[in-house]
Design a protein around this ligand. Structure first.
Ligand code: DCP
Ligand code: MG
Length: 416
C-alpha cells in the first residue's frame, strides 16, 4: 500500500477507492420500450436515418432479443431486415421471427439520459459522464467494499423503479476495471471486483476487453502469442513500450489492473482537491493535522502547476462510517499561496479536534486560470474572510444519498 508524501498511516492507494461504471442496457431500445410497453421482451431495432417502411439507415442499437438473431449496432438496416423482417411488413408467406423497427428520437433519449444522470449524481462524490448512457462514479465516501454490492443494486433498482430503464453496473477500485466489469454480465449485470480479485478477474479475459485495444492492436499482440489479459500482464513492458510507444506502457498497466485516473467531471475544473484515507480511523490530533498540512501543500502545489489562483479554501472530514463534514472559507481576492492554504485548512480543522477521522481532504475552489490577478498578500486581512457560520452544526451527509453532490464534487480529485 502506498502512502501520500510518506505519511505514516495515511493511505491513498487505489484499493481505497470504490468506483462504479454505469451503462444503460440497449439504451435507445429501452427508451422505446419505456413509452411502448408492448415492445417488452420483443426484438426491437432502433435505426439511425431509418424511416418506417424503408430499408435505409443503420442500426443504432438493438434489444438483446434482436441481438440473438445477429442484429447489431452500425449494421445497415437492410442487413438487419434480412435477419429480422419487420413485424409490420414481413415477406409473403414468411412465418419466422420478426423485429419491431423504430427511428431514432434523440431528444426523447437525451431527456431520459438526463434523468438517469441526476439519479446517479445522488450516489456519488464525483461523476464523469462519458456518453449519453454511461458514467463513472466515485462512491468511495458513500460505501465500502463490504457493502458495494448492495449499494450498486440499490442504484439499479432506483433507476428501474423511477425510470423503468435497465442498467448494468461494474464496481472496481478504478475506472478501467469498472468499465470492463459493467460490460461483463450485460444486461442488468452487477459485477463487483474487489481490490484483491482484480488480477484474477482480468487474467482470463480476451485482450479486446481492455478499452483501447481495437482489432489492429489485438492482431499485433496475437501475432506474439498475447491472447488474454493475463498474457499481456506478464509481457515484458519494455517490449510493449518499444512496440507500441507510450500506449504500450499504458496497456501493461491496464492489464495489471492499474489505473490511477481520478473520476473528474468534464470541462474546466471548478476546484482542485487532494484527499487521503487513513487505514484505520484516527483520533490523534497531531496525526490528522500533519496530514492536513501535507494535503494543503500538495493542493497548493497542484494549483501552481496548473497556473490557477483560488479564492476559497476548504476541508473535508469524513467520520466513520460515511459522515462527511465540509467547511470552507473565502478570501477577499484570488491567491496562489501554499502558506495560506495550510493555515486556513488547519484553522478549519480545529472544530474537529475531538473527532475520529477516516478520511481527510483539502480543496481550493473559486479557481481562476487568468494570470496576474493575485492580490497583494501583505494587504490581506484575515478578519475580512467570509466564513460559513462557525456555530453551524457539521453538515452530515448520509451515504444513502437523497442529496445533491457534496461540496467536494465537481472538482478534480488528485488521487495517487
Ligand atoms: N449508438 C449509436 N451507434 C452506435 C453505437 C451506439 O447510435 N454505433 C447509440 C445507441 C445506443 C447508445 O448509443 O443505445 C448507447 O451505446 P452503447 O454502446 O452503450 O449501446 P447500448 O446501450 O445500446 O447497448 P449495451 O447494452 O451494449 O450498452
Ligand atoms: Mg449502453
Amino acid at each position: 500500500m502506498g502512502t501520500v508524501g510518506g505519511l505514516p498511516g495515511v493511505d491513498n492507494a487505489e484499493s481505497e477507492r470504490v468506483i462504479l461504471h454505469v451503462d444503460n442496457d440497449c439504451f435507445y431500445a429501452a427508451c422505446e420500450r419505456k413509452r411502448d410497453p408492448d415492445l417488452r421482451g420483443k426484438p426491437v431495432i432502433v435505426g439511425m436515418g431509418f424511416e418506417p417502411g424503408s430499408a435505409g439507415g443503420a442500426v443504432a442499437t438493438a434489444s438483446y432479443e434482436a441481438r440473438e438473431y445477429g442484429v447489431e449496432s452500425a449494421q445497415p438496416i437492410s442487413e438487419a431486415i434480412e435477419r429480422l423482417p419487420p413485424t409490420t411488413n414481413p415477406p409473403p408467406e414468411y412465418d419466422g421471427p420478426t423485429g419491431h423497427y423504430r427511428s431514432v428520437d434523440i431528444e426523447f433519449y437525451k431527456g431520459q439520459a438526463t434523468r438517469v444522470k441526476s439519479i446517479l449524481a445522488e450516489y456519488a462524490e464525483a461523476m464523469r459522464e462519458v456518453s449519453i448512457d454511461e458514467a463513472y462514479l466515485d462512491c468511495t465516501d458513500r460505501t465500502s467494499w463490504e457493502h458495494a454490492k448492495t449499494f450498486a443494486a440499490e442504484i439499479q433498482e432506483r433507476i428501474a423503479a423511477d425510470l423503468n430503464l435497465p442498467v448494468s453496473i461494474g464496481v472496481a477500485p478504478n475506472m478501467a476495471v469498472a468499465k470492463i466489469a459493467s460490460d461483463h454480465d450485460k444486461p442488468e449485470g452487477l459485477v463487483v471486483v474487489p481490490p484483491d480479485t482484480v488480477q484474477s478477474f482480468l487474467r482470463p479475459l480476451p485482450i479486446e476487453s481492455l478499452h483501447g485495444i481495437g482489432p489492429k492492436t489485438a492482431a499485433r499482440l496475437r501475432d506474439n502469442s498475447v491472447e488474454d489479459i493475463g498474457d499481456l500482464a506478464t509481457t515484458d513492458p519494455d517490449w510493449l513500450g518499444k512496440r507500441f510507444g507510450e500506449r504500450g506502457w499504458e496497456l501493461y498497466r491496464r492489464a495489471n489492473g492499474i489505473d490511477r485516473r481520478a473520476v473528474e467531471p468534464r470541462g474546466d475544473p471548478k476546484s482542485l482537491s487532494r484527499e487521503s484515507a487513513f487505514e484505520e480511523p484516527v483520533s490523534s490530533w497531531d496525526e490528522i493535522e500533519q496530514s492536513v498540512i501535507e494535503l494543503a501543500e500538495a493542493v497548493a502545489a497542484r494549483a501552481s502547476e496548473r497556473g490557477a489562483t483560488y479564492r476559497t479554501i476548504g476541508i473535508k472530514v469524513v467520520e466513520p462510517p460515511f459522515s462527511i463534514n465540509t467547511r470552507e472559507r473565502s478570501l477577499p481576492g484570488p491567491v496562489d499561496d501554499p502558506a495560506i492554504v495550510v493555515s486556513i485548512s488547519c484553522e478549519l480543522l480545529e472544530e474537529f479536534a475531538e473527532t475520529t477521522v477516516r478520511k481527510i481532504g483539502v480543496r481550493v475552489s473559486n479557481l481562476s486560470f487568468a494570470a496576474g490577478e493575485q492580490v497583494d498578500l501583505d494587504t490581506w486581512d484575515s478578519s475580512r474572510t467570509v466564513s460559513s457560520d462557525p456555530n453551524r452544526k457539521p453538515t452530515q451527509y448520509s451515504n444513502r444519498g437523497q442529496l445533491s453532490l457534496g461540496a467536494f464534487s465537481g472538482d478534480q480529485n488528485e488521487i495517487g
